[in-house]
Design a protein around this ligand. Structure first.
Ligand SMILES: [Zn+2]
Ligand SMILES: [Zn+2]
Length: 453
């Protein structure tokens, strides 16, 4: 680099006001003029003060500022423009200054996680209250509008909790979108390792990096009554759910099983932002015409495809049994091929309405199922329990099974004492009684091998 050019770089790299001239930790590429880079990255990540919201909670590693209303201000456009400008400078795995900073935070958090002794907490069950942030309250009420209450084992892996409890509980489509879990005490993020969902391109706006959620349990984040964590689901639409420990069950009374205890609010239609759904709910609160408008849009969504339009549909509808069934269905499905469906952003088929199957989408991209990949097809039923001819497809692995420490009982959702089914060697069960129940419920039909009962 000649002298003149060097000068140019030095002049053009604008240090944010108040920040020291030289970053305390991160290194910039010589051509990176730091345009659009937040002043926080001039700090030393090991001693820096993460940004807190007015309630003292820290999200997104504490990287993003808050406005006067206490809302996080994430300037997505600025971050995107900066990423686009610098991406060619930091190639071949060379981290950007922002990633260098977050990697240091990740290392520090990993040390803390490894030093934690969670054994006594893992054997307890927890009653969690999960509610969608950004929803309007019910008219003349202070009640949350979209929430679920669930009892789970504290020893459940975070990835299993998101995939097999949280996602089906709100009828989101499994293995479609990325997510992160926020530890609100320090802003640490946990997310899906090796995920290539399209929404991963928004990772910088989410916090630049995360710790794999396969390796850590619920009790690595929350342990006592009142503790709170947060799930951010779908980096494009950005649904935020607060999860609060409502009750801790002593180990002696804990079963480990996942039990849906209550809830309110029909599940949001697929592929809308929470702000749009909140607007639709407010529209519905106004009058009958508004209700109808909201219902029409809701029923057109793909996760309402199995229900016929009804103007009498109750938007506060919630059923413990149906939700329990959705969660149990997720526990009874073997290792999913996250990368396949996420990569294609399509694992839901409505063949009747000209929807496209996963196989057809693969063909469009000149791809076929890889060795060991398979599609599981689930029929869709109408309100009377008759098959409608529509199907839901899910990419699964035939040759790979869940890692026993990253899964749960295919019958009850407990992560304890798991033993692989000797017949199919795919599903895990926590006890003989769970195996027997699952067998009677239909595992007999999918389990390939000989089976002792
Ligand atoms: Zn079980
Ligand atoms: Zn089996």
């Amino acid at each position: 680099m000649d002298h003149r050019r060097k000068e140019l770089v030095a002049n053009r790299r604008k240090t944010p006001a108040g920040a020291p001239k030289i970053p305390k930790f991160v290194k910039f590429h010589k051509d990176d003029h730091a345009v659009g880079c937040d002043e926080i990255f001039w700090e030393d990540p090991l001693i820096y003060e993460p940004r807190k919201d007015p309630n003292g909670r820290i999200a997104h590693w504490g990287l993003f500022p808050y406005n006067k209303e206490g809302e996080e201000e994430i300037n997505g456009k600025r971050i995107y423009n900066r990423q686009r400008t610098i991406q060619y400078m930091y190639r071949n795995g060379r981290p950007t200054p922002e990633q260098q900073f977050v990697n240091a935070l990740i290392d520090k958090k990993l040390e803390a996680l490894q030093a934690m002794n969670i054994e006594e907490y893992s054997s307890r069950d927890y009653v969690l209250h999960v509610h969608a942030v950004h929803m309007p309250k019910l008219p003349n009420s202070t009640q949350d509008r979209l929430w679920r209450k669930v009892r789970v084992s504290g020893g459940l892996t975070l990835s299993v909790f998101v995939d097999k409890v949280f996602t089906p509980m709100f009828r989101f489509i499994r293995n479609l979108h990325a997510h992160v879990i926020h530890d609100l005490t320090d802003g640490a993020l946990f997310g899906p390792k090796g995920c290539d969902a399209v929404d991963m391109m928004h990772l910088p706006q989410t916090g630049y990096g995360f710790i794999p959620d396969d390796d850590w349990q619920i009790v690595h984040i929350v342990r006592e009554k009142g503790d709170t964590m947060c799930i951010q689901y779908d980096f494009g639409d950005n649904w935020y759910f607060d999860i609060k420990v409502e009750e801790v069950i002593p180990a002696g009374e804990s079963t480990g099983a996942v039990v849906i205890l209550g809830g309110s609010g029909t599940h949001p239609p697929a592929e809308v932002t929470p702000w749009h759904w909140a607007d639709l709910l407010r529209t519905a609160d106004k009058n009958n015409a508004g209700r109808e408008e909201t219902l029409r849009e809701m029923f057109a969504s793909m996760n309402y495809a199995s229900l016929p339009y009804s103007s009498a549909y109750n938007l506060e509808f919630f059923s413990v049994e149906e939700t329990q069934k959705a969660v149990s269905g997720a526990f009874d499905s073997p290792a999913s091929l996250r990368s396949m469906s996420k990569h294609l952003n399509q694992d839901f088929t409505d063949v009747d309405d000209g929807g496209q199957s996963v196989r057809a989408t693969l063909a469009e991209h000149n791809q076929t199922l890889r060795r060991g990949q398979a599609l599981m097809t689930f029929p869709v039923y109408d309100a009377d329990g008759n098959p409608t001819g529509r199907v839901v497809e899910e990419g699964v692995s035939e040759s790979r099974r869940d890692n026993p420490s990253h899964t749960a009982c295919a019958n009850c959702g407990s992560p304890k004492n798991l033993k692989v089914c000797t017949g199919c060697r795919q599903r895990f069960f926590c006890s003989r009684s769970c195996l027997r129940t699952a067998w009677a419920r239909g595992h007999r039909e999918v389990c390939s091998g000989p089976q002792s009962k």
